[in-house]
Write a protein that binds this ligand. Structure first.
Ligand code: NAP
Length: 484
Protein backbone atom coordinates (compact mmCIF):
# COMPACT_ATOMS: atom_id res chain seq x y z
CA UNK A 1 0.00 0.00 0.00
CA UNK A 2 1.58 3.30 -1.06
CA UNK A 3 1.59 6.32 1.28
CA UNK A 4 -1.14 8.83 0.68
CA UNK A 5 0.06 12.26 -0.37
CA UNK A 6 -2.41 15.09 -0.13
CA UNK A 7 -1.25 18.03 -2.26
CA UNK A 8 -0.98 21.36 -0.46
CA UNK A 9 -2.35 24.67 -1.72
CA UNK A 10 -0.07 26.76 -3.97
CA UNK A 11 2.61 28.64 -2.05
CA UNK A 12 5.61 30.95 -2.30
CA UNK A 13 8.38 30.15 0.17
CA UNK A 14 11.31 32.38 1.02
CA UNK A 15 14.26 30.91 2.92
CA UNK A 16 16.19 33.67 4.64
CA UNK A 17 19.63 32.17 5.12
CA UNK A 18 19.05 30.16 1.95
CA UNK A 19 22.79 29.56 1.49
CA UNK A 20 23.41 28.39 5.07
CA UNK A 21 24.09 24.99 6.54
CA UNK A 22 20.55 24.27 7.69
CA UNK A 23 19.03 25.30 4.38
CA UNK A 24 21.42 23.10 2.42
CA UNK A 25 21.33 20.09 4.74
CA UNK A 26 17.70 20.00 5.80
CA UNK A 27 15.26 22.54 4.39
CA UNK A 28 16.01 22.26 0.65
CA UNK A 29 16.37 18.43 0.64
CA UNK A 30 13.06 18.22 2.58
CA UNK A 31 11.34 20.42 -0.01
CA UNK A 32 12.85 18.38 -2.81
CA UNK A 33 11.51 15.12 -1.36
CA UNK A 34 8.01 16.55 -0.96
CA UNK A 35 8.17 17.75 -4.56
CA UNK A 36 9.20 14.27 -5.71
CA UNK A 37 6.35 12.81 -3.63
CA UNK A 38 3.93 15.03 -5.55
CA UNK A 39 2.89 17.17 -2.60
CA UNK A 40 3.34 20.40 -4.51
CA UNK A 41 3.66 21.27 -8.15
CA UNK A 42 6.07 23.13 -10.39
CA UNK A 43 3.97 26.31 -10.08
CA UNK A 44 5.56 26.88 -6.64
CA UNK A 45 8.04 29.71 -6.13
CA UNK A 46 10.99 29.06 -3.87
CA UNK A 47 13.39 31.87 -3.07
CA UNK A 48 16.71 31.75 -1.28
CA UNK A 49 17.79 35.02 0.32
CA UNK A 50 21.07 35.98 1.99
CA UNK A 51 23.61 38.81 1.84
CA UNK A 52 26.09 37.23 -0.58
CA UNK A 53 25.87 38.52 -4.15
CA UNK A 54 24.93 35.68 -6.47
CA UNK A 55 22.99 35.11 -9.69
CA UNK A 56 20.04 32.73 -9.61
CA UNK A 57 22.05 30.32 -11.82
CA UNK A 58 24.81 30.11 -9.23
CA UNK A 59 22.25 29.57 -6.49
CA UNK A 60 20.65 26.73 -8.39
CA UNK A 61 24.09 25.14 -8.78
CA UNK A 62 24.64 25.50 -5.01
CA UNK A 63 21.28 23.87 -4.31
CA UNK A 64 21.93 21.12 -6.85
CA UNK A 65 25.18 20.27 -5.03
CA UNK A 66 23.35 20.28 -1.71
CA UNK A 67 20.71 17.89 -3.07
CA UNK A 68 23.35 15.56 -4.47
CA UNK A 69 24.98 15.45 -1.04
CA UNK A 70 21.99 15.40 1.28
CA UNK A 71 19.26 13.90 -0.94
CA UNK A 72 21.42 11.66 -3.13
CA UNK A 73 18.36 10.20 -4.83
CA UNK A 74 18.28 13.56 -6.66
CA UNK A 75 21.05 12.18 -8.83
CA UNK A 76 18.78 9.43 -10.13
CA UNK A 77 16.24 11.49 -11.99
CA UNK A 78 17.80 14.60 -13.45
CA UNK A 79 14.48 15.66 -15.04
CA UNK A 80 12.75 15.90 -11.65
CA UNK A 81 15.76 17.56 -10.10
CA UNK A 82 15.91 20.19 -12.84
CA UNK A 83 12.17 20.84 -12.55
CA UNK A 84 12.75 21.52 -8.85
CA UNK A 85 15.73 23.79 -9.50
CA UNK A 86 13.66 25.77 -12.02
CA UNK A 87 11.35 26.84 -9.20
CA UNK A 88 14.25 28.44 -7.34
CA UNK A 89 15.52 31.99 -7.49
CA UNK A 90 17.96 33.94 -5.36
CA UNK A 91 17.64 37.43 -3.97
CA UNK A 92 20.58 39.17 -2.29
CA UNK A 93 19.44 41.15 0.72
CA UNK A 94 20.53 42.08 4.21
CA UNK A 95 18.09 41.54 7.07
CA UNK A 96 19.46 44.79 8.48
CA UNK A 97 19.64 46.78 5.24
CA UNK A 98 17.23 48.09 2.62
CA UNK A 99 18.71 46.74 -0.61
CA UNK A 100 17.09 43.72 -2.19
CA UNK A 101 13.72 43.92 -0.47
CA UNK A 102 11.98 45.43 -3.50
CA UNK A 103 13.33 42.59 -5.65
CA UNK A 104 11.93 40.12 -3.14
CA UNK A 105 8.56 41.86 -3.10
CA UNK A 106 8.49 41.75 -6.92
CA UNK A 107 8.90 37.98 -6.83
CA UNK A 108 5.98 37.36 -4.46
CA UNK A 109 2.64 36.67 -6.12
CA UNK A 110 -0.69 37.63 -4.63
CA UNK A 111 -2.92 34.66 -4.09
CA UNK A 112 -0.63 31.79 -3.09
CA UNK A 113 0.24 31.24 0.57
CA UNK A 114 3.38 33.12 1.64
CA UNK A 115 5.80 31.41 3.98
CA UNK A 116 9.03 32.93 5.26
CA UNK A 117 11.58 30.60 6.82
CA UNK A 118 13.96 32.41 9.19
CA UNK A 119 17.02 30.17 8.86
CA UNK A 120 19.37 32.83 10.19
CA UNK A 121 20.83 33.74 13.57
CA UNK A 122 18.06 34.55 16.09
CA UNK A 123 19.47 38.08 16.45
CA UNK A 124 18.06 38.78 12.97
CA UNK A 125 14.49 37.52 13.56
CA UNK A 126 13.22 40.93 14.65
CA UNK A 127 14.87 42.70 11.68
CA UNK A 128 13.32 40.26 9.24
CA UNK A 129 9.84 40.54 10.75
CA UNK A 130 10.08 44.32 10.70
CA UNK A 131 11.23 44.55 7.07
CA UNK A 132 8.72 42.00 5.83
CA UNK A 133 6.05 44.20 7.29
CA UNK A 134 7.51 47.43 6.00
CA UNK A 135 7.80 46.13 2.46
CA UNK A 136 4.20 45.00 2.42
CA UNK A 137 5.08 41.32 2.20
CA UNK A 138 2.83 40.17 5.00
CA UNK A 139 -0.58 39.66 3.45
CA UNK A 140 -3.30 37.67 5.23
CA UNK A 141 -1.73 34.36 4.15
CA UNK A 142 1.77 35.16 5.43
CA UNK A 143 3.41 32.98 8.07
CA UNK A 144 6.92 32.78 9.48
CA UNK A 145 8.98 29.79 10.56
CA UNK A 146 11.60 30.37 13.22
CA UNK A 147 14.41 28.01 14.10
CA UNK A 148 15.80 27.20 17.48
CA UNK A 149 17.31 28.52 19.65
CA UNK A 150 14.28 30.56 20.63
CA UNK A 151 16.01 32.84 23.10
CA UNK A 152 18.87 32.17 25.49
CA UNK A 153 16.79 32.43 28.65
CA UNK A 154 13.33 33.54 29.76
CA UNK A 155 13.99 37.26 29.32
CA UNK A 156 15.39 36.96 25.81
CA UNK A 157 12.59 34.56 24.77
CA UNK A 158 10.02 37.06 26.05
CA UNK A 159 11.72 39.85 24.11
CA UNK A 160 11.70 37.75 20.98
CA UNK A 161 8.03 36.86 21.40
CA UNK A 162 7.18 40.52 21.88
CA UNK A 163 9.21 41.55 18.83
CA UNK A 164 7.58 38.98 16.55
CA UNK A 165 4.14 39.78 17.96
CA UNK A 166 4.48 43.35 16.72
CA UNK A 167 4.11 42.09 13.15
CA UNK A 168 2.62 38.60 13.36
CA UNK A 169 -0.24 37.07 15.30
CA UNK A 170 0.61 33.95 17.25
CA UNK A 171 -1.36 31.94 14.67
CA UNK A 172 1.21 32.95 12.03
CA UNK A 173 4.35 32.04 13.99
CA UNK A 174 5.71 28.52 13.59
CA UNK A 175 8.46 27.78 16.13
CA UNK A 176 10.20 24.65 14.96
CA UNK A 177 11.23 21.84 17.26
CA UNK A 178 12.09 19.16 14.75
CA UNK A 179 11.64 16.42 17.38
CA UNK A 180 7.92 17.03 17.12
CA UNK A 181 8.06 16.19 13.42
CA UNK A 182 9.45 12.72 14.06
CA UNK A 183 7.13 9.89 13.19
CA UNK A 184 7.51 8.08 16.52
CA UNK A 185 6.90 11.20 18.51
CA UNK A 186 3.55 11.61 16.83
CA UNK A 187 2.96 7.93 17.25
CA UNK A 188 3.33 8.46 20.96
CA UNK A 189 0.07 10.38 20.85
CA UNK A 190 -1.55 7.73 18.64
CA UNK A 191 -0.50 4.99 21.04
CA UNK A 192 -1.67 6.85 24.11
CA UNK A 193 -4.94 8.21 22.80
CA UNK A 194 -5.83 5.71 20.07
CA UNK A 195 -5.71 2.57 22.21
CA UNK A 196 -7.74 1.62 25.23
CA UNK A 197 -4.88 -0.51 26.52
CA UNK A 198 -2.40 2.03 27.85
CA UNK A 199 -4.27 5.06 29.11
CA UNK A 200 -5.81 3.41 32.22
CA UNK A 201 -2.27 2.45 33.32
CA UNK A 202 -0.72 5.77 32.40
CA UNK A 203 -0.35 7.24 35.88
CA UNK A 204 1.63 7.01 39.10
CA UNK A 205 -0.41 4.08 40.32
CA UNK A 206 1.06 1.85 37.62
CA UNK A 207 4.12 3.65 36.28
CA UNK A 208 7.22 3.42 38.45
CA UNK A 209 9.24 5.96 36.51
CA UNK A 210 9.96 7.29 33.05
CA UNK A 211 13.35 7.63 31.39
CA UNK A 212 14.03 9.91 28.45
CA UNK A 213 17.42 9.54 26.80
CA UNK A 214 18.74 11.48 23.83
CA UNK A 215 22.32 10.31 23.36
CA UNK A 216 24.69 11.40 20.62
CA UNK A 217 27.98 9.73 19.81
CA UNK A 218 29.42 12.78 18.07
CA UNK A 219 31.02 15.80 19.73
CA UNK A 220 30.21 19.47 19.16
CA UNK A 221 31.45 19.42 15.57
CA UNK A 222 31.24 22.58 13.48
CA UNK A 223 28.88 24.54 15.72
CA UNK A 224 31.39 24.96 18.55
CA UNK A 225 30.92 28.72 18.98
CA UNK A 226 27.16 28.44 19.33
CA UNK A 227 27.32 25.32 21.48
CA UNK A 228 29.86 26.66 23.96
CA UNK A 229 27.55 29.60 24.54
CA UNK A 230 24.49 27.36 24.90
CA UNK A 231 25.38 23.96 26.40
CA UNK A 232 23.26 20.81 26.54
CA UNK A 233 20.63 22.34 28.81
CA UNK A 234 19.75 25.13 26.39
CA UNK A 235 20.47 23.18 23.22
CA UNK A 236 18.56 19.99 24.06
CA UNK A 237 16.71 19.94 27.39
CA UNK A 238 14.80 23.22 27.21
CA UNK A 239 13.27 22.22 23.88
CA UNK A 240 13.56 18.62 22.67
CA UNK A 241 13.53 16.68 25.96
CA UNK A 242 10.94 18.99 27.42
CA UNK A 243 8.66 18.40 24.44
CA UNK A 244 9.01 14.64 24.80
CA UNK A 245 8.23 14.88 28.50
CA UNK A 246 5.13 16.92 27.71
CA UNK A 247 3.78 14.40 25.22
CA UNK A 248 4.29 11.55 27.69
CA UNK A 249 2.83 13.38 30.67
CA UNK A 250 0.00 15.48 29.22
CA UNK A 251 -3.69 14.86 29.78
CA UNK A 252 -5.72 13.75 26.76
CA UNK A 253 -6.67 16.86 24.81
CA UNK A 254 -10.33 17.08 23.79
CA UNK A 255 -9.31 16.87 20.14
CA UNK A 256 -6.16 16.67 18.07
CA UNK A 257 -6.14 20.37 17.34
CA UNK A 258 -3.26 22.84 17.72
CA UNK A 259 -4.37 24.77 20.78
CA UNK A 260 -6.01 21.79 22.48
CA UNK A 261 -2.70 19.90 22.33
CA UNK A 262 -0.55 22.88 23.21
CA UNK A 263 -2.74 23.86 26.17
CA UNK A 264 -2.19 20.40 27.65
CA UNK A 265 1.57 20.52 27.07
CA UNK A 266 1.76 23.91 28.75
CA UNK A 267 -0.03 22.56 31.83
CA UNK A 268 2.65 19.88 32.16
CA UNK A 269 5.49 22.39 32.03
CA UNK A 270 3.75 24.55 34.60
CA UNK A 271 3.28 21.51 36.87
CA UNK A 272 7.02 20.73 36.91
CA UNK A 273 8.61 21.22 40.33
CA UNK A 274 11.84 23.19 40.53
CA UNK A 275 14.73 20.72 40.25
CA UNK A 276 16.66 20.10 43.47
CA UNK A 277 20.37 20.85 43.22
CA UNK A 278 21.38 17.22 43.70
CA UNK A 279 18.89 16.13 41.04
CA UNK A 280 20.76 17.94 38.27
CA UNK A 281 24.05 16.51 37.00
CA UNK A 282 26.15 18.04 34.29
CA UNK A 283 29.21 16.74 32.54
CA UNK A 284 31.78 17.52 29.89
CA UNK A 285 33.47 14.92 27.71
CA UNK A 286 37.18 14.18 27.85
CA UNK A 287 39.49 13.29 25.01
CA UNK A 288 39.29 9.70 23.84
CA UNK A 289 38.94 7.41 20.83
CA UNK A 290 41.47 9.63 19.03
CA UNK A 291 39.17 12.62 19.46
CA UNK A 292 39.93 15.83 21.35
CA UNK A 293 38.11 16.62 24.57
CA UNK A 294 35.32 19.19 24.75
CA UNK A 295 37.50 22.13 25.76
CA UNK A 296 40.05 21.54 23.02
CA UNK A 297 37.28 21.10 20.50
CA UNK A 298 35.60 24.40 21.28
CA UNK A 299 38.98 26.14 21.68
CA UNK A 300 38.16 27.31 25.19
CA UNK A 301 40.50 25.75 27.78
CA UNK A 302 38.41 27.11 30.70
CA UNK A 303 34.99 26.29 29.33
CA UNK A 304 32.40 25.38 31.95
CA UNK A 305 29.74 24.55 29.41
CA UNK A 306 28.07 21.17 29.82
CA UNK A 307 27.94 18.63 27.02
CA UNK A 308 25.86 16.29 29.19
CA UNK A 309 22.88 16.76 31.49
CA UNK A 310 20.93 14.30 33.63
CA UNK A 311 17.92 15.43 35.65
CA UNK A 312 15.33 13.97 37.93
CA UNK A 313 12.07 15.84 37.45
CA UNK A 314 8.67 15.71 39.10
CA UNK A 315 5.37 16.62 37.51
CA UNK A 316 3.27 17.69 40.47
CA UNK A 317 -0.27 16.78 39.56
CA UNK A 318 -2.77 14.03 40.35
CA UNK A 319 -1.64 11.80 37.53
CA UNK A 320 2.09 11.87 38.20
CA UNK A 321 2.67 12.65 41.88
CA UNK A 322 5.35 10.19 43.03
CA UNK A 323 6.50 9.05 39.58
CA UNK A 324 9.86 10.60 38.70
CA UNK A 325 10.92 11.51 35.17
CA UNK A 326 14.63 10.96 34.56
CA UNK A 327 16.03 12.89 31.61
CA UNK A 328 19.50 12.68 30.14
CA UNK A 329 21.20 13.92 27.03
CA UNK A 330 24.79 14.30 25.98
CA UNK A 331 27.41 14.22 23.30
CA UNK A 332 30.19 11.67 22.74
CA UNK A 333 28.24 8.98 24.53
CA UNK A 334 28.42 5.26 23.80
CA UNK A 335 25.97 5.36 20.90
CA UNK A 336 23.54 7.57 19.04
CA UNK A 337 20.22 6.58 20.43
CA UNK A 338 17.05 8.32 21.55
CA UNK A 339 14.30 6.61 23.44
CA UNK A 340 11.59 7.05 25.99
CA UNK A 341 11.06 4.18 28.41
CA UNK A 342 7.90 3.92 30.50
CA UNK A 343 8.80 1.51 33.28
CA UNK A 344 5.73 0.01 34.92
CA UNK A 345 5.54 -1.11 38.53
CA UNK A 346 5.98 -4.67 39.73
CA UNK A 347 2.92 -6.91 39.83
CA UNK A 348 1.38 -6.45 43.29
CA UNK A 349 2.01 -10.06 44.23
CA UNK A 350 4.08 -12.79 42.61
CA UNK A 351 2.33 -16.15 42.57
CA UNK A 352 5.59 -17.65 41.29
CA UNK A 353 7.60 -16.92 44.43
CA UNK A 354 10.85 -15.04 44.94
CA UNK A 355 12.88 -17.46 42.79
CA UNK A 356 10.98 -16.22 39.70
CA UNK A 357 12.91 -12.97 40.05
CA UNK A 358 11.74 -9.43 39.39
CA UNK A 359 9.94 -8.73 36.13
CA UNK A 360 8.56 -5.47 34.86
CA UNK A 361 6.74 -4.30 31.81
CA UNK A 362 8.60 -1.59 29.96
CA UNK A 363 7.16 0.31 27.03
CA UNK A 364 10.00 1.68 24.94
CA UNK A 365 9.45 4.29 22.28
CA UNK A 366 12.55 4.44 20.06
CA UNK A 367 13.12 7.68 18.21
CA UNK A 368 16.38 6.69 16.61
CA UNK A 369 17.77 4.55 15.20
CA UNK A 370 15.09 2.12 13.94
CA UNK A 371 12.02 4.11 14.91
CA UNK A 372 9.59 1.81 16.64
CA UNK A 373 7.81 0.78 19.78
CA UNK A 374 8.53 -2.20 21.96
CA UNK A 375 6.59 -3.57 24.89
CA UNK A 376 8.49 -5.87 27.25
CA UNK A 377 6.24 -8.63 28.60
CA UNK A 378 6.96 -11.49 30.96
CA UNK A 379 6.41 -15.07 29.82
CA UNK A 380 7.35 -18.57 30.89
CA UNK A 381 10.70 -19.70 29.64
CA UNK A 382 9.89 -22.46 27.16
CA UNK A 383 10.71 -26.06 28.00
CA UNK A 384 10.66 -28.26 31.07
CA UNK A 385 12.10 -27.37 34.45
CA UNK A 386 9.29 -25.58 36.22
CA UNK A 387 8.01 -22.04 36.01
CA UNK A 388 10.95 -19.86 35.10
CA UNK A 389 10.04 -16.38 33.87
CA UNK A 390 11.74 -14.37 31.16
CA UNK A 391 11.08 -10.99 29.58
CA UNK A 392 10.56 -10.82 25.84
CA UNK A 393 9.80 -7.85 23.61
CA UNK A 394 6.61 -7.45 21.66
CA UNK A 395 8.45 -5.49 19.04
CA UNK A 396 6.92 -3.19 16.51
CA UNK A 397 9.79 -1.85 14.48
CA UNK A 398 7.90 0.24 11.98
CA UNK A 399 10.01 -0.80 9.02
CA UNK A 400 9.20 -4.46 9.70
CA UNK A 401 5.58 -4.06 10.74
CA UNK A 402 4.55 -1.70 7.97
CA UNK A 403 6.78 -2.81 5.13
CA UNK A 404 9.56 -0.71 3.65
CA UNK A 405 7.29 1.49 1.55
CA UNK A 406 4.93 2.51 4.35
CA UNK A 407 7.79 2.92 6.80
CA UNK A 408 9.61 5.27 4.46
CA UNK A 409 8.00 8.17 6.25
CA UNK A 410 8.94 11.76 5.65
CA UNK A 411 11.81 13.25 7.57
CA UNK A 412 10.76 15.63 10.36
CA UNK A 413 11.53 18.73 8.26
CA UNK A 414 9.43 17.44 5.36
CA UNK A 415 6.40 17.01 7.57
CA UNK A 416 6.85 20.27 9.45
CA UNK A 417 7.37 22.45 6.38
CA UNK A 418 4.25 20.96 4.78
CA UNK A 419 2.36 21.61 8.04
CA UNK A 420 3.39 25.27 7.76
CA UNK A 421 1.86 25.44 4.29
CA UNK A 422 -1.25 23.60 5.48
CA UNK A 423 -1.51 26.07 8.38
CA UNK A 424 -1.42 23.36 11.04
CA UNK A 425 0.40 24.47 14.21
CA UNK A 426 -0.14 21.32 16.28
CA UNK A 427 3.51 20.26 16.04
CA UNK A 428 4.96 23.72 16.67
CA UNK A 429 5.70 25.36 19.99
CA UNK A 430 3.52 28.21 21.13
CA UNK A 431 5.13 31.32 22.62
CA UNK A 432 3.84 30.68 26.15
CA UNK A 433 5.14 27.09 26.04
CA UNK A 434 8.63 28.25 25.16
CA UNK A 435 8.59 30.83 27.93
CA UNK A 436 7.36 28.30 30.50
CA UNK A 437 10.13 25.91 29.47
CA UNK A 438 12.75 28.62 30.01
CA UNK A 439 11.18 29.51 33.34
CA UNK A 440 11.85 25.92 34.44
CA UNK A 441 15.39 25.55 33.05
CA UNK A 442 16.72 29.03 33.95
CA UNK A 443 17.00 28.36 37.72
CA UNK A 444 18.90 25.10 37.09
CA UNK A 445 21.41 26.94 34.92
CA UNK A 446 21.57 29.83 37.42
CA UNK A 447 22.26 27.31 40.23
CA UNK A 448 25.23 25.91 38.32
CA UNK A 449 26.52 29.39 37.58
CA UNK A 450 26.27 30.48 41.21
CA UNK A 451 28.01 27.35 42.35
CA UNK A 452 30.81 28.01 39.88
CA UNK A 453 31.99 24.39 39.75
CA UNK A 454 33.19 22.88 36.50
CA UNK A 455 31.02 20.15 34.92
CA UNK A 456 32.05 16.59 35.81
CA UNK A 457 34.37 14.94 33.34
CA UNK A 458 33.21 11.82 31.53
CA UNK A 459 34.95 9.49 29.14
CA UNK A 460 34.23 9.60 25.44
CA UNK A 461 32.17 6.52 24.59
CA UNK A 462 30.74 6.19 28.12
CA UNK A 463 27.23 6.72 29.51
CA UNK A 464 28.14 10.05 31.09
CA UNK A 465 29.54 10.93 34.52
CA UNK A 466 29.26 8.55 37.47
CA UNK A 467 26.96 10.99 39.30
CA UNK A 468 24.37 10.54 36.58
CA UNK A 469 24.30 6.81 37.29
CA UNK A 470 24.02 7.58 41.01
CA UNK A 471 21.00 9.80 40.36
CA UNK A 472 19.04 6.61 39.71
CA UNK A 473 20.99 4.17 41.88
CA UNK A 474 20.10 6.22 44.93
CA UNK A 475 16.45 5.53 44.12
CA UNK A 476 17.07 1.82 43.58
CA UNK A 477 16.68 2.23 39.81
CA UNK A 478 18.94 1.91 36.79
CA UNK A 479 19.31 3.74 33.52
CA UNK A 480 18.71 1.64 30.49
CA UNK A 481 21.85 0.85 28.61
CA UNK A 482 22.85 3.25 25.85
CA UNK A 483 23.34 0.94 22.89
CA UNK A 484 23.07 1.30 19.16
P1 NAP B 1 24.82 29.41 8.75
O1 NAP B 1 25.34 28.22 8.05
O2 NAP B 1 25.77 30.34 9.43
O3 NAP B 1 23.96 30.25 7.69
C1 NAP B 1 23.45 31.53 7.97
C2 NAP B 1 22.73 32.04 6.75
O4 NAP B 1 22.21 33.34 7.04
C3 NAP B 1 23.62 32.20 5.53
O5 NAP B 1 22.85 31.94 4.37
C4 NAP B 1 24.00 33.69 5.58
O6 NAP B 1 24.41 34.12 4.32
C5 NAP B 1 22.67 34.28 6.07
N1 NAP B 1 22.82 35.57 6.73
C6 NAP B 1 23.70 35.91 7.70
N2 NAP B 1 23.53 37.19 8.06
C7 NAP B 1 22.52 37.68 7.29
C8 NAP B 1 21.89 38.96 7.18
N3 NAP B 1 22.28 40.00 7.93
N4 NAP B 1 20.89 39.09 6.30
C9 NAP B 1 20.49 38.06 5.52
N5 NAP B 1 21.05 36.84 5.58
C10 NAP B 1 22.06 36.65 6.45
O7 NAP B 1 23.74 29.03 9.87
P2 NAP B 1 22.84 27.71 9.93
O8 NAP B 1 23.62 26.64 10.59
O9 NAP B 1 22.25 27.44 8.61
O10 NAP B 1 21.71 28.14 10.98
C11 NAP B 1 20.64 28.98 10.65
C12 NAP B 1 19.68 29.06 11.83
O11 NAP B 1 19.19 27.76 12.11
C13 NAP B 1 20.30 29.54 13.13
O12 NAP B 1 19.32 30.21 13.87
C14 NAP B 1 20.67 28.23 13.85
O13 NAP B 1 20.74 28.39 15.23
C15 NAP B 1 19.49 27.38 13.46
N6 NAP B 1 19.75 25.93 13.51
C16 NAP B 1 20.74 25.39 12.76
C17 NAP B 1 20.94 24.02 12.79
C18 NAP B 1 22.02 23.36 11.95
O14 NAP B 1 22.16 22.13 12.05
N7 NAP B 1 22.76 24.08 11.14
C19 NAP B 1 20.15 23.21 13.60
C20 NAP B 1 19.13 23.80 14.35
C21 NAP B 1 18.94 25.17 14.28
P3 NAP B 1 25.26 35.50 4.12
O15 NAP B 1 26.39 35.44 5.08
O16 NAP B 1 25.65 35.49 2.67
O17 NAP B 1 24.31 36.59 4.43
Amino acid sequence: MASRVIPVDPFDLVIFGGTGDLARRKILPALYRRFVAGQFGADTRLTGAARGEMETGAYRALVRDALMEFAPEAAADTGTRDAFLDMLAYVALDARGEDGWEALAARMRSGPIRAFYFSVAPGLFGDLAHRLHRHGLTDETARIVVEKPFGHDLDSARDLNRTLARHFDEGRIYRIDHYLGKETVQNLMAIRFGNVLFEPLWNSQYVDHIQITVAESVGVGGRAGYYDHAGAMRDMVQNHLMQLLCLIAMEPPARFAPDAVRDEKLKVIRALDPVARDHAVRGQYEAGHDQPGYRAQVGNPDSRTESFVALKAHVSNWRWAGTPFYLRTGKRLRARTSEIAVVFKDAPHSIFGAEAGRHRNILTIRLQPNEGIELGVTIKEPGPGGMRLIDVPLDMTFAEALGPEEADFPDAYERLIMDVIRGNQTLFMRGDEVEAAWAWTDPIIAGWETEGAAPLAYATGSSGPEDALMLMHRDGRRWREIRP
